[in-house]
Ligand binder design. Structure first.
Ligand code: NZQ
Ligand code: ZN
Length: 385
């Protein structure tokens, strides 16, 4: 295990009705709030009204309309609003897209240039407004981590940024807010959680038993409970476990003490950048193909462990390794996730270009579990057609 610092200062209010703590949670940071939200799901499910009720003593300015795969223009709009209205604290209410957009706004207020610059150099983030979140979709872990991902349609880029000062100060995790998430987004969100766990699990740093056993436990939880949430949207136990898995899959715990680049995210971000697809769906399509591509004599033990400990398979090593990959694929199929690129509107015309960008925008050629060149990425894309 490598040396690391683990410090996640987010105060989490977990469970039904925890929104009642919002006033006391925000009060230390100020009374002038920028409410950031998406395309309106929070108005349909009543959360928007609840926020106004509990924050009756606060002054609220709104930034609605954050897009899935949040766009840099919306960040710029938010920064302008914060400056004009002298905002003291930002409240993001939604999924990862809304929270990521809010993170960039929090930092953008203190930066003289264009916040898109953060995606090339996160050290430009030197100060930030305090951020609180109310999570409405179990997926990204943004509610308890330092990162964000922004899209720039003008350049067809989707790139990450991160700084520890962007970790939310407060997150309200009420699983009941996820009852209204569609089956498609519920499955996509869980595919994202699984991907975060797998990206960190398939890593060659030795001696990381804690991280690996915890990752296996979290993966098994998602595999067991996603079908329950899909069958019964308001199953509180399923929704609460998925929500808490979202946070722990990517708040640092599973990945600390390890190193290495995330292969599937690097590839998927290009699919989203070019075709604006749902992040978790892109990951579900790519991951089993990536696994088959990187399975070799050296990586076999990692896939045997995955087949045994996550899927409960027994038998010859190769059978268990391939069986685990097959089980993952079938699980996504059973959860009604489209499992080919054409099914999400991607044809062969830009595969080579996206493969080039995936390598250019990341360190997968040198630091991945199995280093990937452009030809490898292209082969994985082609296997996904
Ligand atoms: O915009 P609204 O109307 O709220 O609708 C959203 C959106 O259409 C809807 N939704 C969310 N909560 C709902 C709901 N619909 C009904 N009821 C609710 N309770 O779901 C749709 C998708 O929302 P979005 O926020 O885009 O989903 P997700 O949480 O999966 O976030 C995806 C974004 O996060 C980035 C992804 O790349 C993508 O841009 N990621 C962020 C990470 C991070 N910050 O650490 C890591 C991830 O790997 C990921 O890259
Ligand atoms: Zn992800």
């Amino acid at each position: 295990m490598e040396n690391f610092v683990f410090n996640v200062p987010t105060k989490v209010y977990f469970g039904q009705g925890q929104i009642r703590h919002l006033p006391e949670a925000l009060a230390p940071y100020g009374s002038k709030v920028l409410l950031v939200y998406g395309g309106g799901s929070i108005k349909k499910n009543g959360l928007y009204d609840q926020i106004y009720q509990v924050l009756a003593d606060f002054e609220i300015v709104e930034l609605p309309g954050v897009e899935p795969n949040p766009r840099i223009d919306t960040v710029r709009k938010g920064v302008d609003l914060c400056r004009k209205e002298a905002i003291e604290v930002v409240l993001a209410v939604g999924g990862g897209s809304t929270i990521d957009c809010a993170k960039a706004i929090c930092a953008g207020v203190f930066y003289d240039g264009d916040p898109w610059d953060f995606t090339g150099d996160s050290s430009l983030i030197t100060a930030a407004l305090p951020l609180a979140t109310i999570l409405t979709l179990a997926a990204t872990g943004s509610e308890m981590n330092a990162g964000g991902v922004l899209s720039n349609p003008a350049t067809q880029e989707k790139l990450g940024f991160g700084n520890k000062i962007l970790i939310p100060k407060v997150s309200i995790l009420d699983p009941a807010y996820t009852y209204t998430v569609s089956k498609y987004q519920t499955a996509a969100g869980s595919a994202d959680i699984l991907s975060h766990l797998m990206e960190q699990y398939f890593d060659k740093t030795p001696g990381t038993e804690i991280q690996d056993h915890l990752a296996e436990g979290l993966m098994k939880t998602v595999i067991e409970l996603l079908p329950v949430a899909l069958a019964e949207a308001d199953n509180y136990d399923a929704r609460s476990n998925l929500m808490w898995a979202s946070s722990w899959a990517l708040n640092g715990l599973i990945g600390r003490g390890k190193s290495g680049a995330w292969s599937n995210h690097a590839m998927e971000h290009e699919l989203s950048a070019y075709y604006d697809i749902t992040h978790g769906v892109g990951l579900a399509i790519l991951t089993p193909r990536w696994m088959m591509h990187v399975l070799n004599e050296e990586t076999l033990p990692y896939f045997v462990r995955f087949g045994k400990n996550v899927w409960g398979l027994t038998g010859e090593d190769e059978v268990v390794a391939i069986g685990g990959i097959q089980k993952l694929y079938e699980f996504f199929v059973d959860c009604d996730i489209p499992m080919t690129l054409p099914q999400v509107g991607i044809d062969a015309s830009k595969l080579a270009e996206m493969a080039t960008q995936a390598v250019k925008h990341s360190t997968i050629a040198t630091r991945a579990f199995v280093p990937l060149k452009e030809t490898d990425v292209l082969a994985i894309f082609e296997a996904s057609m």
